[in-house]
Design a protein around this ligand. Structure first.
Ligand SMILES: NC(=O)c1ccc[n+]([C@@H]2O[C@H](COP(=O)([O-])OP(=O)(O)OC[C@H]3O[C@@H](n4cnc5c(N)ncnc54)[C@H](OP(=O)(O)O)[C@@H]3O)[C@@H](O)[C@H]2O)c1
Length: 329
């Protein structure tokens, strides 16, 4: 049987391009569970895959889509049965394994998480990898002992997927989120999500100093690069910075000074290879904290054919919040 997919191909000159194709189900990769994909998420990494950047894809033709939700069609694993709602994020699906930009995906049962009963497949993709990662970062701040009364938490890239959901989750838990955005026009929306203060990117502009006045008890950082270096200089003694992404680059001029004089911690967050039990726990918590209604104005609905255009938009930092992709036409 054939299914519909956004297929990414690389030509002899090395140019990567994607188009809608009918693909035979027999071409799907190995796996225990065949899923009828209803909705896919759209992430920074999907932008890299669709434009052939970052060396994420090994073999072409490829089907991208690092997260998806849908219903089980066939299963060789006792944990999943036909008709059951499921979510997949990470495990390098959409990078080295065919992903969710299609109406069918075949994956390992171990990679799936049951769709929580209170979420629709679309809600699950509003959250997607971004929501799971934001939840893991918030959990890490809490696990390291950062409490709402300790001071404000800086969220960078607050207009993007991870940042906007992190802002909402922190506010729900009583933290004062300072939302950093390069887009002042998002101030009102971010305030409605729960941001206590909106700050511009200039708060992390290069200073050339080793330390700055301590300001934040912690941070959820999805931009990395030189702004992360400046952020570390402004974290209060004992504070925690969770490093998630690299929208502003993967390196900075590092110094041990904030670590040894203020005892701060830089904690990496990896949602991709997160063990199954931790994912199920994080999804349960997300389900209780996240309100799709409150987040509504940060959601853009798209179809598979919109994604080549949206890839450029997300890499340029122009997407607000989350894009959800309906896979059927
Ligand atoms: N570790 C993990 O498991 C994991 C999981 C998910 C995502 N990530 C990574 O996290 C990052 C964010 O992902 P996402 O899906 O949230 O992407 P996104 O929706 O594109 O959000 C990124 C945001 O970063 C800000 N930004 C972009 N370029 C910037 C620059 N040069 N300087 C400062 N800020 C900049 C923009 O927000 P404003 O316009 O509001 O400033 C942008 O909306 C990506 O690098 C992604 O690969 C990692």
């Amino acid at each position: 049987m054939a299914f519909r997919a956004l297929v990414t191909r690389k030509d002899e000159s090395g140019k990567v391009a994607s188009a809608i194709e009918e693909v035979d189900e027999a071409q799907l990769p190995e796996g225990d569970v065949l899923v009828g994909v209803e909705w896919a998420g759209f992430n920074y990494k999907d932008g890299l895959v669709l434009t052939g950047q970052g060396g994420l894809v090994r073999d072409y033709p490829h089907i991208g889509g690092v997260d998806f939700a849908g219903r089980v069609i066939e299963s060789r694993d006792g944990r999943y049965h036909p008709g059951q709602g499921v979510i997949l994020t990470g495990w390098r699906v959409g990078e080295i394994h065919w992903g969710g930009f299609a109406t069918r995906a075949r994956v390992k049962a171990d990679w799936l998480v049951p769709l929580p009963r209170t979420l629709t497949a679309r809600d699950a993709m509003v959250l997607g990898t971004a929501g799971l990662t934001a939840m893991l970062a918030v959990n890490r701040l809490k696990a390291e002992g950062v409490k709402p009364g300790d001071g404000p938490i800086l969220v960078t890239g607050a207009g993007g997927g991870v940042g906007s959901i992190a802002t909402l989750l922190l506010a729900q838990l009583g933290y004062k989120a300072h939302a950093m955005t390069g887009r002042p026009e998002l101030a009102e929306t971010l305030t409605r999500l729960g941001a206590a203060e909106i700050v511009g990117r200039e708060v992390l502009a290069a200073t050339g100093k080793k330390l700055l006045t301590p300001r934040w008890a912690g941070a959820i950082d999805s931009v990395g690069g030189p702004p992360l270096g400046e952020l570390l200089k402004q974290v209060r003694p004992g504070g925690i910075v969770t490093a998630i992404g690299l929208a502003a680059g993967d390196g900075w001029d590092a110094s041990v000074v904030p670590f040894i004089l203020r005892g701060i911690t830089l904690a990496g967050i990896d949602s991709v290879m997160q063990p199954s039990a931790a994912r199920v726990g994080a999804w349960e918590r997300l389900t209780s904290l996240f309100s799709p209604k409150v987040y509504d104005e940060m959601i853009e609905d798209a179809q598979l054919e919109d994604l080549p255009r949206l890839a450029g938009e997300i890499l340029a930092g122009r997407i607000r919040g989350r894009v959800v992709v309906k896979t059927s036409s």
